[in-house]
Design a protein around this ligand. Structure first.
Ligand code: SF4
Length: 361
């Protein structure tokens, strides 16, 4: 199996590979014990990571999976997410698949062979990705960016937040909309998200539903451990856990945080009740591209219906190297939000950062 397909399992060629492998989903999930295909375990990890951490990449310090398990875990994950009774599961899953693909293809565009001439098939090119989504003729290079035919532009930008995507604010000529490189990448991320979400939730045959009963229960237990509908209505940076205070400081200093750290910080701020504009002010963001990305991420992590992403647990933060400057309270918690809630409760009367901000303006 092609490692490229394992990295981008939503590609049409990857789906064909799965079909040609003649390994039906039933055969993968119905097996038991030592015969259980590793794609099932990886599929569970894929969904857990998607819904809790906003990525489907395996944790850096975890087991490495064979190419076949990685590729086949994608159809398994699609079935699992279809069986889950969790608010917004499909949307979060599709979004996490798209974010992971985005991280990978933007890295591939910058580093087509990653210095590994012997494994050129691992990377995808911009041309190949455009062709995959039928955009080869709808996107043209302009010299200082790209122009996208208005039809695909409207379709792909329809779910994107922020006035900058509005056609009225764009240069439009000869039926094409001008976009910067980073904006084209965002549109491609949307193409991936739409492809992944297509057909979800899927109808699951009884035999497969029964075979995955334990895995679905395990996933639902994991999500119920974290009360993501909690309502914290005080924004007090002085009480933030050390990990989030450190990420906030780095962001305010202008550092371009890795995607997983941005996800952690934005989802924490959203869970702490920060609106997008308040987030931007708190982060001190004045770069329009950065602001647009924060708006986008904030829109993805928040959901008024309660389907909000919780920030990652302490365990995940530690795996990413983002658990820093720990203190005594850290010994008593397993989640940064619990730290924040406990700190707020202990602090008594707290001045909300927003009140200060309003008083100053
Ligand atoms: S232990 Fe948890 S709350 Fe404390 S710094 Fe680490 S990740 Fe943050």
């Amino acid at each position: 199996m092609d490692p490229l397909h394992a990295r981008y399992p939503f590609l049409a060629a990857a789906r064909e590979t799965v079909r040609d492998a003649d390994l039906g989903l039933g055969a993968i999930v119905v097996s038991e014990g030592d015969d259980r295909h590793p794609a099932v375990e990886r599929g569970v990890e894929r969904v857990r990571r998607a819904l809790l951490d906003g990525t489907v990449a395996r944790p850096a310090d975890s087991r490495r999976w064979a190419t076949s398990a990685e590729l086949l875990s994608y159809p398994v994950a699609r079935v699992l997410v279809s069986l889950l009774d969790a608010p917004g599961a499909v949307e979060k899953y599709a979004s996490a698949e798209a974010d992971t693909a985005y991280d990978r293809f933007t890295a591939d565009f910058e580093n087509p062979d990653d210095g590994l001439k012997s494994t050129p098939n691992n990377a995808i090119s911009l041309d190949a990705l455009l062709a995959e989504f039928d955009l080869a003729r709808g996107v043209e290079e302009t010299g200082d960016g790209y122009r996208v035919a208005v039809g695909p532009y409207l379709r792909l930008s329809s779910g994107l937040d922020g006035d900058s995507w509005n056609l009225a604010t764009r240069q439009l000529a000869e039926g094409y909309v001008e976009v910067e490189d980073s904006e084209l990448h965002r549109l491609l991320r949307e193409a991936v998200r739409m492809r992944v979400a297509e057909g979800l939730p899927t109808q699951v045959p009884d035999e497969i539903r029964t075979a995955l009963t334990d895995e679905v229960a395990e996933l639902e237990d994991t999500f119920s451990e974290i009360d993501i509908s909690r309502s914290i209505d005080v924004l007090a940076p002085g009480e933030f856990p050390p990990c989030m205070a450190a990420l906030l400081e780095r962001a305010r200093a202008g550092e371009d945080l890795p995607a997983h750290s941005k996800f952690a910080l934005v989802s924490f701020l959203a869970s702490a009740g920060a609106e997008t504009d308040e987030m931007l002010a708190l982060l001190g963001t004045d770069d329009p591209v950065e602001a647009s990305e924060i708006r986008y991420r904030a829109a993805r992590v928040g959901d008024e219906a309660g389907a909000q992403y919780a920030p990652p647990s302490c365990e995940t933060m530690a795996a990413y190297g983002d658990c820093v400057n720990t203190d005594d309270r850290c010994e008593t918690v397993s989640h940064p939000l619990t730290y924040y809630e406990d700190a707020l409760a202990d602090a008594g009367e707290i001045e909300d950062w927003r009140e200060n901000r309003e008083a100053e303006s």
